[in-house]
Design a protein around this ligand. Structure first.
Ligand code: MEV
Length: 423
């Protein structure tokens, strides 16, 4: 057998079917079924998939479920969520149901500003250089705004600058932050261009050398905020509330727990970010960095008791989502999902996303503080296990119910039950 090599020159120049064949040959896969899987690109045209990334061979479909019962800033929403995890959509529906009658979620946004960083090294007098840069504020504003006249026309553009001197193992570095309102764009392209434009001027003014010119995903000038009160009787009484508060205090204090607590929030957040074609990694890195803003990794949300004994939840986190550029504008499903929510601005979308994040967190804490997470998970998980065991049609529900009744949700048990069912 000849040795397979991953050194393939010109792979990107092949057609998609040719790339699929090359890949399957490499893996020794001959099944026509597998080839057809790659050729079926679902609700995204093959040509578009090919334009969005490099070396495209196919797509992977993720279920989209609708979160119901969401009342956000007085308006009802049906929110599409893209996730492969069972229980995530149901958790949002349940949490939103339990606060619907008392008014739902109230949201706000800090601003729509993104930060671009420019790294300046080899500056002999960094603190003077810092002031020299600030003295050029008007010139910097003009240079940045000239990069994107359309953005300026839409009400966005350069807003401010911030210059910091940081001490590193390679000596001091002068770090410039360009603070730019990117309106309905996530803004990476806009601010990166501005940072690149400013760079040679910084070198001229300070005598230093510029290396990096790139946005920061710690988008702490673009914070989405949500708060909500769940009434005591709607959540099942003081014991449930106190269990949830204890779970929150655990997450606030312990990074091991905070990571899982925040993962639950991101179950909701990422699902809407993905359903709308936005950059999930940008949101996730920003969220986790923001969760460590006090010097230790902690809970993104806060839970408290109101004066009347009800449970108040709140969440504030960076939310750099956009409506223009990238997959949001191109992916037919992302466009349809935005239409379902009636989204008119990136701010509106950001505010809906944090509401979903808080709802998700509420349900996880409530389940954990009462029955435990497995009870709710198991019936949905049992269906997946039944499918894995080969059940189809009406068999899926029957096998899933049997697994839950047995209290053993395992593929081998599902296979045994399936063979019994089929005799
Ligand atoms: C599971 O995907 C998410 C949870 O673990 C979140 C949490 O523990 O808060 C249930």
């Amino acid at each position: 057998m000849t040795k397979q090599t991953s050194r393939i020159s010109g792979f990107h120049k092949l057609s998609i079917p040719e790339r699929i064949d090359k890949t399957l040959d490499f893996a020794g896969i001959t099944a026509a079924q597998t080839r057809n899987l790659f050729l079926n690109t679902g609700n995204i045209p093959m040509e578009l998939a090919d334009q969005l990334i490099e070396n495209t061979v196919g797509t992977i479909n993720i279920p989209v479920g609708i979160a119901t019962n969401l009342l956000i800033d007085g308006k009802d929403y049906l929110v599409p969520m893209a996730t492969e995890e069972s229980s995530v959509v149901a958790a949002v529906c349940n949490a939103a149901r339990q606060c619907y009658d008392s008014g739902g979620f109230t949201t706000s946004m800090s601003s729509m500003c993104m930060i671009a960083q420019v790294q300046l090294v080899n500056v002999s007098n960094p603190h003077s250089a810092r002031l020299q840069i600030i003295e050029h504020l008007d010139e910097i504003r003009a240079l940045c705004n000239a990069c994107d006249p359309v953005l300026v026309k839409l009400g966005g553009g350069f807003r401010d600058l911030e210059v910091r001197v940081i001490q590193t193992a390679q000596g001091p570095m002068v770090i410039l932050h360009l603070i730019v309102d990117t309106r309905d764009a996530m803004g990476a392209n806009a601010v990166n261009s501005m940072a690149e434009t400013i760079a040679p001027h910084l070198e001229k003014w300070t005598g230093g050398k510029v290396y990096l010119r790139i946005l920061s995903n710690l988008a702490d000038r673009r914070l989405a905020r949500v708060r909500c009160v769940w009434q005591l009787d709607a959540i099942g009484g003081a014991a449930v509330r106190d269990g949830m508060l204890s779970a929150y205090e655990f997450a606030r204090t312990d990074p091991y727990r905070a990571t899982t607590h925040n993962k639950g929030i991101m179950n909701g957040v990422t699902a809407v970010v993905l359903a709308t074609g936005n950059d999930t990694r940008a949101i996730e890195s920003g969220a986790h960095a923001y969760a460590a803003q006090n010097g230790w990794y902690s809970s993104l949300s806060h839970w408290e008791v109101t004066a009347t004994g009800d449970l108040a939840g709140s969440l504030e986190m960076p939310m750099a989502v956009g409506l223009v550029g990238g997959a949001t504008k191109l992916h037919p499903m992302a466009k349809a999902n935005l239409e379902i929510m009636g989204i008119e601005s990136a701010e509106q979308l950001a505010r809906i996303i944090v509401a979903v994040g808080l709802a998700q967190n509420f349900s996880a804490l409530k389940a954990l503080a009462t029955d435990g997470i497995q009870k709710g998970h198991m019936s949905l998980h049992a269906q997946n296990v039944a499918l894995m065991a080969g059940a189809s049609g009406a068999e899926v529900a029957l096998i899933a119910a049997k697994l839950v009744a047995l209290g053993t949700v395992r593929v081998d048990v599902a296979e045994q039950e399936l063979s019994k069912l089929r005799v």
